[in-house]
Write a protein that binds this ligand. Structure first.
Ligand code: CTP
Ligand SMILES: C[C@](O)(CO)[C@H](O)COP(=O)(O)O
Length: 229
C-alpha cells in the first residue's frame, strides 16, 4: 500500500500577527484556525494519517482542545516543533519512521485549502516525485536593491508563481534532500527549495487564490469573509 501522510506544521510563534493568542489557535466563527486546517486533510479519503507539529509545550493543549474536541481521528501523532519552519518539518518527517510513501507538507496557518487541490497535488507527485501548489502572480514584480530599493529588474510575469502549500514529495526523496540540507546548513522558506538545492525537479500544481496563509491581522478579516461563502 502506498501510504500518504500529511504533515501539518503549526509550531511557529506568529510574530507578524502579533496577537496574544498564537495565530493557529485564533478562532474564526468559533473554531481554531488549526482545526480547520487539519479537518481539510481529515476529510480526504486518500490521506492515510496526519502528523501535527506544534511547539513542545502546546502538545497536550492541542491533543485535548483540537484533536479530541473535533474528533480528528486520522491524527496519528502530535510532535514538537523546532526553531525554524524547516526544523518543524524535519521533526514531522522523522516521526513517520519511514513508513510513508508520500508526504504532503502543509502550513497549519492555511485553513482554506480545498480537497481538489490536495488531490491534484498528490497526483502530480505520484507522476513527478515533487509537486507544490501555487497560483500565478497577479502583480508586476520588481527585483530591488535590498538597501536602497533601487529597481534592478522586472522578471517576466509569465514565469512567476506565488507558492503555497501543500508541498508534496516522495518520502525517500524529501528525507534524502533534508539530510543534505542539514549538512549544508541550508536556510529555506519552503520545502521545495531543499529539493531544488538537491538537484531534483519540482512541478507546480495550480491551486487557487483562496488558499491564503493567515500571516498578518488583515488576513483574519479575509478569513471571516471566506468562511461566509
Ligand atoms: N518554527 C516554526 C515556524 C513556523 N512553523 C509553521 O509554519 C507555517 C508557516 O509559517 P509562518 O506563517 O511564517 O508562521 P510563523 O512562523 O508562526 O509566523 P511569523 O513568521 O510571523 O512569526 C505556520 O503554520 C507555522 O506555525 C512551524 O511549524 N515551526
Ligand atoms: C511554505 C510557504 O507557505 C510558502 O509560501 C511559506 O514560505 C511559509 O512561511 P513564510 O515564513 O511566510 O515564508
Amino acid at each position: 500500500m502506498n501510504k500518504v501522510t500529511a504533515i501539518i506544521v503549526a509550531g511557529g510563534s506568529g510574530k507578524r500577527m502579533g496577537t496574544a493568542v498564537k495565530k493557529q489557535y485564533i478562532q474564526l466563527k468559533g473554531k481554531e484556525i488549526l482545526a480547520y486546517t487539519i479537518e481539510a486533510f481529515e476529510n480526504c479519503s486518500f490521506i492515510n494519517d496526519i502528523i501535527v507539529v506544534v511547539a513542545e509545550e502546546e502538545i497536550d493543549y492541542v491533543r485535548e482542545n483540537i484533536i479530541r474536541k473535533y474528533k480528528l481521528n486520522k491524527v496519528s501523532q502530535i510532535v514538537g516543533g523546532g526553531k525554524e519552519r524547516q526544523d518543524s518539518v524535519y521533526n514531522g518527517l522523522k516521526a513517520t519512521k519511514g513508513e510513508s510513501t508520500y508526504v504532503m507538507i502543509h502550513d497549519g496557518a492555511r485553513p482554506f485549502v480545498k480537497k481538489e487541490t490536495i488531490y491534484k497535488c498528490l497526483l502530480n507527485t505520484q507522476k513527478n516525485k515533487a509537486s507544490i501548489v501555487a497560483v500565478p502572480v497577479k502583480d508586476t514584480i520588481k527585483v530591488c536593491n535590498t538597501r536602497t530599493h533601487r529597481v534592478e529588474s522586472t522578471p517576466d510575469r509569465k514565469k512567476l508563481w506565488s507558492i503555497q502549500t501543500p508541498q508534496s514529495f516522495e518520502y525517500e526523496l524529501l528525507m534524502k534532500a533534508y539530510s543534505y540540507a542539514k549538512k549544508q546548513n541550508l536556510q529555506v522558506t519552503d520545502d521545495s527549495m531543499i529539493i531544488e538545492a538537491f538537484g531534483e525537479d519540482v512541478y507546480i500544481t495550480e491551486g487557487d487564490y483562496t488558499n491564503i496563509k493567515i500571516t498578518t491581522p488583515e488576513d483574519l478579516i479575509i478569513g471571516e469573509v471566506l468562511l461566509q461563502k
